[in-house]
Structure formats: C-alpha cells, structure tokens
Design a protein around this ligand. Structure first.
Ligand code: GSH
Length: 228
C-alpha cells in the first residue's frame, strides 16, 4: 500500500514540490495525482479530502488525510524513522525544524515578488528592499546551516533532509529570477538544480503548455540555468 499525494502544476506549485520531495528523496512510495490548480477545479477536486484546501495534500495507506507541508514532514518522519527526514544530531535537528518553520511562515516578499516558475530565467528583475531583506535572511540562516552542519557537502545538514526539500523552491526562485546571492548560496542553488529528483519534477512541469503563462513578467528571458 502506498501513500497518495495530491499536487498542483509542477512548474508553478512550490508547495507541491516540497511535498513531493518529502516522499521521493526519502524513498517513501507515493502515487502522485495532479489537481486542477490553474484550471479552476481545485476546490471541487479537494472535496473528497476535506478539510483540505491546498495542494499538497497527502493520504496515508490507511486513508488518513494530511494537509499542510509541515504536518506532512512531521508525519512522514514519525512513520518512517529510518528514512532520515530530519538530521540525526540534536542541534542540527533543531535548526532544521526552525528554518523549515521560518520558510513556512515567512519570506512573504520573496514569495510574492518571485513566484516559482521553472520555464526560464527572467533577466533584469529589480530587487526591492523587501526582497533584499529576505535574501539577506536566507544568507544568514542557510549560511549558518551550511557552515556548521553541511560537512563539506552541498546540502544544509550533510545528508539531504526535509529542510532541503523546503528550500528547493527558494533555489528555483533564485535561479528563475537571477537573484543576487553569495557564492555559498549559489553553490546551494546549483545543488538543487542538478538534483535528479528536482530535474525530473521540472521536466514533467515544463512539458505542459500554458496560454497565458501564469505569473508572466514583462522582462527579458533566457534559458533556465542548467547546471554545468
Ligand atoms: N501552508 C500550505 C500552503 C500550500 C499552498 O499555498 N498551496 C497553493 C499552491 S502552491 C494552493 O493550494 N493554492 C490554492 C489556493 O490558494 O486556493 C502548505 O504548507 O502546504
């Protein structure tokens, strides 16, 4: 028996990407179902999963529904203790939970100004003071995790953890809007862009066509920055 995961359009639904990575990166079997986020049917599609109102929403093999990505991360960590969703080291685990919660509750300026889109890279995006403050906070918290716990690897806490799943869409925003970041953060972004799970999600996402393109910006575009 497998879990079911209900997601939105892969190219645009940042929370869906988080939810999906929480299964796929930790080897937890899941069947994925795409709901009508942009076709306008989402509320009806979610009726059988009440009281869910957003994607991602998951359903356990027992038929129990899980809404909210943090609840999903904690539920999967509890039910699959050997999967390694959270770092093993207690202090690292505290910081991982902290930055996941901060992502879940914060970064409103970045999220509003730079909605996730995986099709191309916008050029010439004007960084507002509010977005700049969010980028500075990312440098601080991700920088601290990388400096203290990454063990020289690309991920925040050594092995890929739920925290990396939560920051994958942030990496996509930095890439998709060519946002200015430090070399350390740029390396972290590159790790996400070259991650096989992320790449597979993106290629399914951009196989869809949209007219009009959601979140289109009146800016020059160039190809998505493929990792070297
Ligand atoms: N707090 C939720 C956020 C989920 C969310 O906002 N999902 C968006 C798609 S990325 C959605 O379902 N939007 C539909 C709507 O706003 O009606 C979580 O952590 O899962």
């Amino acid at each position: 028996m497998s879990y079911d995961l209900f997601i939105g359009d892969r190219a645009f639904s940042s929370w869906s990407l988080r939810g999906w990575l929480l299964f796929v990166k930790f080897g937890i079997p899941v069947r994925t179902h795409v709901l009508g986020l942009y076709s306008g049917t989402l509320s009806d599609d979610l009726l059988p999963l009440a009281p869910a109102r957003f994607v991602p929403t998951a359903r356990t093999p027992e038929g129990w529904v899980i809404g909210e990505s943090i609840a999903l991360a904690e539920t999967l960590a509890e039910r699959h203790p050997d999967a390694g969703l959270w770092p093993e080291e207690p202090e690292a685990r505290i910081l991982a939970r902290w930055i996941v919660a901060e992502m879940h509750a914060g970064f409103a300026a970045l999220r509003t100004a730079c909605p996730m889109q995986l099709f191309h890279q916008y050029r010439g995006f004007q960084v507002t003071p509010e977005v700049s403050a969010d980028l500075a906070r990312l440098e601080e918290i991700l920088g601290q995790a990388l400096a203290r716990f990454s063990d020289g690897g690309p991920w925040l806490f050594g092995r890929y953890s739920a925290a990396d799943a939560f920051y994958a869409p942030v990496a996509a925003r930095i890439a998709g809007y060519d946002l200015p970041v430090s070399d350390r953060l740029a390396r972290y972004v590159a790790a996400h862009l070259s991650d096989p799970a992320f790449r597979s999600w993106r290629s399914e996402g951009i196989a869809m066509s949209y007219d009009p393109m959601p979140y289109a910006r009146d800016l020059p575009i160039r190809d998505w920055p493929e990792p070297a």
